[in-house]
Design a protein around this ligand. Structure first.
Ligand code: TTP
Ligand code: MG
Length: 545
């Protein structure tokens, strides 16, 4: 997804920048990497259609302010597009049903569920915005003993159904894994999406939307020149934003092909050695960047844009509204923030999108503690801090015109109980059960369409989390059992049920544990419905949910 200026996911982008300076997965310069890129279909619209199935068959648009940020595919067939103005969309499609999409809570929650689900199959998952994830499945591919003779889904620029896999068996296996993961996402969460399969992140992202919706495409190395040569505008290159493309344009470069042909030395002169080389590589489809597992966010923020705020009273009110929600999110997260940042955007006719200014200050310990404990006066203290920062940027006694305010908690400690692996790698999620190393992804045949998953979520106290974490570290059956006994300390289930639960869970389940929550997701099918133990498990989930 391309972030709009008004999109509140600043903290989302910071999820992926946390641990970029070390290599985690397989060697990123290897030509044998298999990278998947997933992009959900009309994401916000799908979430709304799950919340209200009556919206499934009507043209649906998600409205933020005066813009339809996305719409379902029924609306797209009638000419509505993403980022169309509401007026234009209604003109194109008078029956368009509009749902307000300014509150991101449901989208954010679903977005994390998708990432967590992918992480329960492969530890190398990197989030990109709300509805995209990269997954490095190189190791999973190597571990599959079968060399596929055909590809799942489309193969870019090739029409033959049975493309000979030849040297590309890894990509072919990757295409099967992509299809299986799309099936799991659909059967578990009810979401469809597209996937791209290629040898690096850039190419996987570029190829994934070739056929939409709910389809997937693999790119073979011999077609890299073709896809790069047909991109057209430089803005199609992930990583080339508005500012960079303006600088490239000043050098006379408009298309990706222009950049391919432009001398590297001249790029280096303009951008420096690192960025110059990176731009050149991007234009050629070369991308060595590793898939960096997503860690806990390093900041949490919220913002709102508006036509005009020009009085101090309005600033106080808006800041208070934003902080009330942000403090709630911070409290759920459980970590104590140490820095507070206020960002604003002044109206500027000529440079509408890039005139943000920020000031930040430390959060005194007693206020940080109030935030975490959910104390009611935390917001009031923070508003006072915000106004001090505001006064450093704006002279409230003179006329001013703001179009955006953003409040942000930064300098968050790493999630407690994180598991270190490799050179300082931290991941706050860890999985058991359907780990890719232990068990295959349920394929389309063993996750029938009528199957429906059971999920239960336990909110963990620090003590419970610590016990569970210890048990996760050594994955053996004794520890599985202990794990369920630990859950049993909640006093709701007897040991017999736990043993049975564990047996079932080992067959078809994934566990994802974060510092605050343990998610147990059980993929089950009709056969299991008659099973007595399974019934017990269902009642267990009801009690615990
Ligand atoms: P996209 O993946 O760009 O769009 P989409 O998932 O709605 O549709 P597609 O089937 O084409 O992938 O963006 C993901 C979500 O992000 C989208 O549902 C709404 C939101 N969004 C914004 O808030 N602002 C934006 O500028 C865009 C493009 C999307
Ligand atoms: Mg999408």
């Amino acid at each position: 997804m391309e972030n709009s200026d008004d999109n509140n996911d600043e903290d989302e982008t910071e999820w992926k920048t946390s641990f970029t300076d070390f290599t985690v997965g397989p060697n990123p310069t290897s030509p044998h990497r298999v990278i998947l890129h997933f992009d959900l279909d009309c994401f916000y619209a799908q979430v709304e259609m799950i919340r209200n199935p009556a919206l499934r068959n009507v043209p649906l648009g998600i409205q933020q302010k005066y813009i339809v940020v996305t719409c379902n595919y029924v609306a797209r067939e009638q000419g509505v597009t993403k980022l169309m103005s509401v007026v234009d969309a209604q003109e194109k499609c008078p029956q368009l049903v509009l749902v307000k999409g300014e509150d991101l809570t449901h989208y954010r929650d679903m977005s994390y569920k998708v990432t967590e689900l992918l992480m329960s199959y492969c530890h190398l998952v990197e989030r990109l915005g709300f509805d995209e994830n990269y997954v490095d499945v190189t190791e999973m591919v190597e571990k599959r003993l079968t060399h596929c003779s055909s590809f799942e889904g489309h193969v870019y620029n090739r029409s033959g159904v049975e493309t000979n896999t030849g040297d590309h068996w890894r990509l072919a296996v990757g295409s099967h894994i992509a299809a299986e993961l799309r099936t799991v996402i659909c059967s578990t969460l009810g979401l469809t999406g597209c996937a791209g399969v290629a040898t690096n992140k850039l190419l996987a992202k570029l190829v994934s939307g070739t056929f939409k919706p709910n389809q997937q495409t693999t790119l073979l190395p011999q077609d890299v020149d073709h896809i790069m040569g047909h991109l057209g505008s430089l803005r199609r290159l992930p990583g080339v934003g508005h500012q960079t493309s303006k600088r490239l344009q000043a050098l006379g470069l408009v298309t990706v092909q222009d950049l391919q042909l432009f001398p590297l030395a001249d790029l280096v002169k303009e951008f420096g050695a690192h960025t110059g080389q990176r731009l050149k590589n991007l234009s050629l489809g070369v991308d060595d960047s590793p898939v960096v597992p997503t860690g806990a966010p390093q900041s949490l923020s919220d913002e709102d844009s508006f036509k005009k705020i020009s009085t101090t009273r309005e600033v106080v009110e808006k800041t208070q509204d934003l902080l009330t929600i942000l403090v709630e999110r911070m409290q759920k997260d459980g970590r104590q923030p140490h820095t507070f940042r206020l960002t604003l955007r002044r109206y500027s006719a000529d440079n509408k999108w890039f005139s943000r200014e920020s000031r930040q200050c430390p959060i005194p310990n007693h206020i940080g503690q109030k935030v975490v404990s959910g104390s009611t006066d935390a917001t009031a203290h923070l508003v006072t801090m915000a106004m001090k920062l505001f006064n450093k940027m704006v002279d409230g006694s003179a006329a001013f015109h703001l179009t955006l305010l953003n409040v942000c908690f930064t300098n968050l400690p790493p999630a407690r109980g994180t598991v270190a692996s490799g050179k300082g790698a931290i991941t706050s999620f860890f999985t058991l059960g359907s780990s890719p190393r232990n068990s295959p992804i349920p394929s389309q045949t063993n996750v029938p369409a009528h199957s429906h998953p059971i999920s239960l979520t336990l909110i963990l106290t620090p003590h419970l989390f610590k016990s569970i974490q210890t048990l996760f570290i050594k994955r053996n059956s004794l520890n599985c059992l202990l794990l369920f006994k630990t859950i049993g300390t909640l006093g709701t289930v007897g040991p017999y049920c736990l043993i049975q639960a564990q047996k079932i869970l080992r067959r078809k389940a994934s566990l994802v544990c974060t510092e605050r929550r343990l998610n147990v997701r059980i993929l089950h099918n009709k056969d299991m419905d008659n099973n007595k133990t399974h019934q017990k498990l269902i009642s267990l989930t009801r009690v615990l949910n």
